[in-house]
Design a protein around this ligand. Structure first.
Ligand code: NDP
Ligand code: MG
Length: 388
């Protein structure tokens, strides 16, 4: 890598909430962007590709790839199509670092292609670690690739871990905003709709993760993500509700010193640090005004109401393909909820039922193809259950 603070990068899922912020970080830091990808939104990729002067783009939707090929015919930019084309673009890119901001389980094969190509990975796609955490971490270790977290909680822990050694960690404390339904009991959640769930109090994010934040499924995924990234058992990872989203997470050391990382809630800091760590570069986000914030509050999560947080910890303990089953059932349920086909509590119930039914068998699944078989089975069961 030529310049630590200006790696040559790929941005996967470039048209999404994190992807757009990664484009902004690259522009503000003068980082060369070699390639971009998305699923369908070829018009936005065309604009980004021209602005950034990339060498290659990939659209996983073949129709979108054909449109983009025509639109970019006056350039030398190579356009790849389909899921296989996406992986080909990654492998041929010669980049130093890839930002994976693809949504959902679809981000897993790109994650593996990045690592197999020997690139470092700035990982926003937490589903890669939820679905196949052991495989992904092993691949990174064997190839000597760094995985730096973009998820704000994990970026905070990554920074706080510079204050002590692995053997000195007592526990990780993930903060959670609590989402729009904080303080509500199960009986009060019955009538909430997708529009209510999409009103996140502090972060502006894509629709799927905003719903996951409202159900606390997102925090459950983040416990699994943290366990893999930092090699800490789930029973030493706690969650505390912090409504203001100023402390992004903390590490408690064996001497009971707690190191917290704070900033205004803005994912661009996380993308930037993931790409330049351990070096820091000039700010792309506004400064934190603690006096304006006034006070920081903390509360225990209500795990009786928000059952998916506890379910995630249980599925991590079961191991094998159990977390992949959890993720797959959740993807199906959230899609049905966003399509206004089911109610909020049906997400809780369907994800719990599918996970608990498949867990005893999923426990023994460890290879990628076994895990993906369970992923498919869980999707089919969730769809059947929800009539979606
Ligand atoms: P969005 O829904 O906003 O964007 C998703 C992106 O992925 C789009 O560029 C989309 O392309 C692309 N995409 C979808 N399917 C595929 C596919 N099969 N192959 C390639 N690209 C695909 O999501 P977010 O930005 O909110 O989230 C992205 C990831 O980052 C998720 O894993 C999320 O959990 C994680 N994350 C997000 C945070 C946030 O602030 N948003 C915070 C922390 C983590 P197209 O536009 O063409 O559909
Ligand atoms: Mg997060």
């Amino acid at each position: 890598m030529s310049d630590r603070t200006r790696p040559r990068i790929l941005i996967l899922g470039a048209t999404g909430s994190v992807g757009e912020q990664a484009v902004d970080v690259a522009l503000q830091n003068g980082m060369p962007v070699l390639g971009l990808s998305a699923n369908q939104n070829w018009k936005r990729v065309e604009q980004q590709a021209r602005r950034l002067g990339v060498r290659a783009v990939a659209m996983t939707d073949e129709g979108a790839a054909a449109e983009l090929r025509t639109a970019l015919a006056d350039t030398d930019i190579r356009v790849y199509g389909g899921e296989a084309g996406h992986l080909d673009m990654i492998r041929a890119s010669g980049a130093d670092f890839a930002v994976n901001a693809v949504l959902g389980e679809a981000g897993l094969t790109p994650t593996l292609a990045v690592l197999e190509s020997g690139m470092d990975l700035a990982l926003a796609n937490k589903e890669s670690l939820v679905v196949a955490g052991e495989i992904v971490m092993r691949e990174a270790r064997e190839r000597g690739c760094a995985i730096t977290p973009v998820d704000s909680e994990h970026c905070a822990i990554f920074q706080a871990l510079r204050a002590g050694a692995q053997g000195e960690i007592k526990r990780l404390i993930l903060t959670a905003s609590g989402g729009p339904f904080f303080g509500r009991k199960r009986t009060e959640l019955v009538n909430f709709t997708a529009d209510d769930a999409l009103k996140h109090p502090t972060w502006s994010m894509g629709a799927k993760i905003t719903v996951d934040s409202a159900t606390l499924m997102n925090k459950g995924f983040e416990v699994i993500e943290a366990a893999h990234l930092f090699g800490v058992d789930a029973n030493r990872i706690d969650v505390v509700v912090h409504r203001e989203s100023i402390i992004h997470s903390m590490v408690e050391y064996i001497d009971n010193s707690v190191i917290a990382q704070m900033s205004v809630p803005d994912m661009r800091l996380c993308v930037q640090y993931a790409l330049t760590a351990p070096v820091r570069t000039a700010a792309v986000i506004p400064p934190l005004d603690l006096v304006a914030a006034g006070k920081l509050t903390f509360a225990a999560p209500d795990t009786d109401t928000f059952v998916l947080l506890g379910l995630a910890k249980r599925m991590l303990a079961v191991g094998g393909a159990a977390p992949a089953v959890l993720n797959a059932a959740n993807e199906v349920a959230v899609a049905a909820f966003l399509a206004r086909k089911i109610r909020l509590l049906e997400i809780f119930d369907a994800v719990t039922r599918v996970s608990e039914e498949l867990a005893p068998r999923a426990k023994g699944a460890h290879t990628l193809s076994e895990i993906l078989d369970f992923d498919r089975e869980a999707r089919a069961r969730a769809s059947a259950l929800l009539g979606s």
